[in-house]
Write a protein that binds this ligand. Structure first.
Ligand code: OGA
Ligand code: NI
Length: 366
């Protein structure tokens, strides 16, 4: 077996957790195909909400770029840049990560082919109502909730025992192997970045990774169909990620990802071949708020669809997440409770995406 081939023998579905249920939602792509001009009420944001969240900034080009190869060579200067990037933005783009352009392009092509299949074919991989893996949607918890303008395809990739290969598409040919090949590259890059974060957090290089042993890694492919009135909907509601870090591969030529920065929304303009990285709630809590998991959202476009591949790297379930002792002092009193990460993750996955509410819930009550 070549390293990029999926080993079918490792499926042990009885061990794989389901994490969280989600109410059934319409397939957005089908809705748009049948009636491109219609935006059902369940997707329409109130004017009040849109007004409040309409502050645009033009700073996108300033989101820091970090050179992965310097970082992995142990460059102090690059580590310092990373520290500044995280304090200032919580987001950065990483270049020279060693993932081949062809591999990234091929992953995008196969994803596009999958989403181009008839809905009956895609629904062979439909996400069950009690699970987060498969083709569907997550984070819908009430019938009154305004819905996001996207469809999702989600897999847990690592540890391999959590895989549910029945959700890994047989078509297009080679997609399954590519999910494996792409994710193993993201694992390599992600683990190196977690080692750098460990140093920045004042720990030994491999200490933070020890709290991830073995890293729980998920892949969420978000597919945002065009929307006739993009100013009325959100592709993905404002939220922060529960992860340690998230690694986003964006389309090269379509934007949509925005981050909250000093009271306005800053677009993360795609840099070809770069990966967008953000730190998640686990880092915010471990660092006692020194590094924040920044709120972000995705907007839709009027004429173009957009796809993003988001890999989440999570701590292990039984890791304690609470501020490290050395992050607390007289000037920085303890802000968060200590929780088992598994409980935090499940708590988050059982909610709708709603800004920073899940991290706020982990704060010590006054
Ligand atoms: C996510 C996310 C952003 C994007 O999936 O958590 O933030 O650009 N996605 O799709
Ligand atoms: Ni996110």
């Amino acid at each position: 077996m070549s390293p990029s081939q999926v080993d079918e023998s490792v499926t042990m579905t009885e061990e794989a957790p389901t994490f969280a249920p989600c109410l059934p939602v319409p397939n957005v792509q089908e809705m748009v195909r049948k009636n491109p001009l219609q935006v059902p009420k369940r997707y329409e944001r109130s004017e009040e909400e849109m007004e409040k969240e309409n502050y645009k900034s033009h700073l996108s080009s300033e989101i820091p770029i970090i050179d992965f190869s310097l970082l992995s060579d142990g460059s102090k200067e690059e580590l310092l840049k990373l520290d500044t990037a995280l304090k200032e933005w919580g987001f950065f783009q990483v270049v020279n990560h060693g993932i081949k352009t062809e591999l990234m392009q091929r992953m995008k092509e196969l994803t596009a082919e999958f989403f181009g299949l008839p809905v009956e074919e895609k629904n062979k991989y439909a996400m069950p109502p009690d699970d987060i893996q498969g083709y569907g949607h997550t984070s819908v918890v009430s019938d009154e909730q305004i819905l996001d303008w996207c469809d999702q395809l989600i897999f847990l990739v690592y540890p391999t025992k959590f895989r549910k290969l029945q959700f890994w598409p047989e078509t297009p040919e080679g997609f399954k192997d590519m999910i494996e090949a792409y994710s193993s590259e993201i694992k390599r890059v992600g683990e190196e970045l977690i080692s750098s974060l460990s140093v920045i957090l004042g720990l030994q290089k491999d200490e933070l990774l020890g709290l991830h042993n073995e890293v729980l890694q998920g892949l969420r492919v978000n597919y945002y169909p065009p929307c006739s009135t993009p100013e009325q909907v959100w592709g993905l509601s404002p939220h922060s990620d529960a992860s340690t870090i998230s690694v986003v591969m964006q389309d090269d030529d379509v934007s949509g990802l925005e981050i909250r920065y000093k009271g306005s929304w800053v677009p993360v303009t795609p840099v070809p071949d770069a990966l967008v990285i953000n730190v998640g709630d686990a880092i915010e809590i471990w660092s006692n708020g020194r590094y924040k998991s920044i709120e972000h959202r995705a907007l839709t476009n009027q004429n173009k669809k957009r796809t993003s591949h988001v890999s989440f790297l999570f701590p292990r379930d039984d890791a304690d997440i609470g501020p490290f002792d050395h992050m607390i002092d007289a000037e920085n009193p303890r802000l968060y409770q200590t929780l088992k990460y598994g409980d935090y993750l499940r708590h988050t996955l059982n909610r709708k995406l709603e800004g920073k509410t899940q991290t706020d819930a982990a704060k010590i009550k006054e």
